[in-house]
Design a protein around this ligand. Sequence first.
Ligand SMILES: Cc1ncc(COP(=O)(O)O)c(C=O)c1O
Length: 450
Amino acid sequence: MDEKGISEEELFAELCSFSDADTNFKKVFSSMCTIPHPVAVAAQQQFSLSNIGDPGLFRGTCEMEAEVIRMSASMLNHPDPKSAFGHLTSGGTESNIEAVLHMKNRFFSSGFNSGFNSDSDSDSNSGFNSDSNSNSDFNSNSFQSRLNLILPKTAHFSFEKIANLLGIELKKAEIDSNFRVIPESMESLINENTIGLIGIAGSTEFGECDPIEELSEIAVKHKLPLHIDAAFGGFIYPFLDSCSNSDIHSNIHGDAHSNHRSNVRFAFDLPGVTSVSVDPHKMGLSVIPAGILIFRDESVLGSSLDKIKVKTPYLTSKYQSTLTGTRPGSSVAAAYAVMKHLGAEGYRKNVSYCMDLVNHFQKELEKIGLKPCIFPRINIVAVSIGSGINETADYEKTEKIRAQLLEKYGWNVSATKTIPALRFVLMPHVTKEDISALIFDLGKLLQETD
Ligand SMILES: Cc1ncc(COP(=O)(O)O)c(C=O)c1O
């Protein structure tokens, strides 16, 4: 830091040049975040002082947090939203960490840490790459007796961090041709060291929803907690009913089952679902940072909550049981504001707008001879541009086109890892004009490349 500060004028000129270097979302098809609703921004400013880590000082904000949890539980089909238990986080990663931390604590507190059957685990997919396997900290016995978490192969990379942080093994279940987890594969991976199951509603790469009804049955049968990562899909799937895609979807390959969007069950109406994470800072149209973690009720945590509860003698509350300490009340206020202001009707319109973009996107793709790899159930579209003959060459071509779209035309799109495909997230800041311009540029690049 310099000894002497600079004037406000100088400072804000500097800030402007920094913000000019940031994106304004105009050509962004790669992000799961978007321009927040103005009421969220205003509420964020109004509550910039508020810290819900010290609840006695910010009783109003705490009341809002309780209401955000209740509204979210109701959106997530909770049979009794008032009994839902949760709090705001910084986003999907923190929510997932905390959900899995509770699974681990619950496992120990319910005395399930029994012996380990190495045979049943021999073909599991470890969260550690081969380098970390050879780390001397993990001699084969201690490594093999680690607790495990079972999740779809398509799970977000936050779970890799969680495995590292909490010292648990990730067992990755197989997926079907629509990139949804195969329930039998999940079940076959369960053993006595399993702490819980993960399902996804709105996968990062394809927007798919796993068959959560079946995962719920497995969770109940094996008495395991089931956490649903609905960071992206939580503000979409409940509002999809009214969106149709009928003129297009018959042209897209995929089985009949995959070609519908309504009535996807993924949340608390299914008895096996113990917790759900959902992010206001994604399709919730709120400000960054804002995630929500909700448990069915406090009792599903068993004595896990006591394990992370710490005494807070110098604060206005006796205990704190959240992962982080100081938490932004401004994010609570912003989520409260946008959820109250839009209501279900507003979110339905938002989802409907995005699905209309998806329809337009598909029509534009057809003009250049392309179509989505799978039926886009929500507003993420994956498109293969390779020959389908040589996978390595297809990955290379996809990466080359992705890079050229950015370098030559300024379009931010991403590429999927599961298969070689370009990935487009059609967020509310996107317009049909943007889509037409992007597809035009993509068509030109493909012609030049072939
Ligand atoms: C399904 C899913 N879960 C979790 C996350 C992590 O969210 P965040 O980046 O807000 O921590 C993402 C981010 O894209 C996601 O798509």
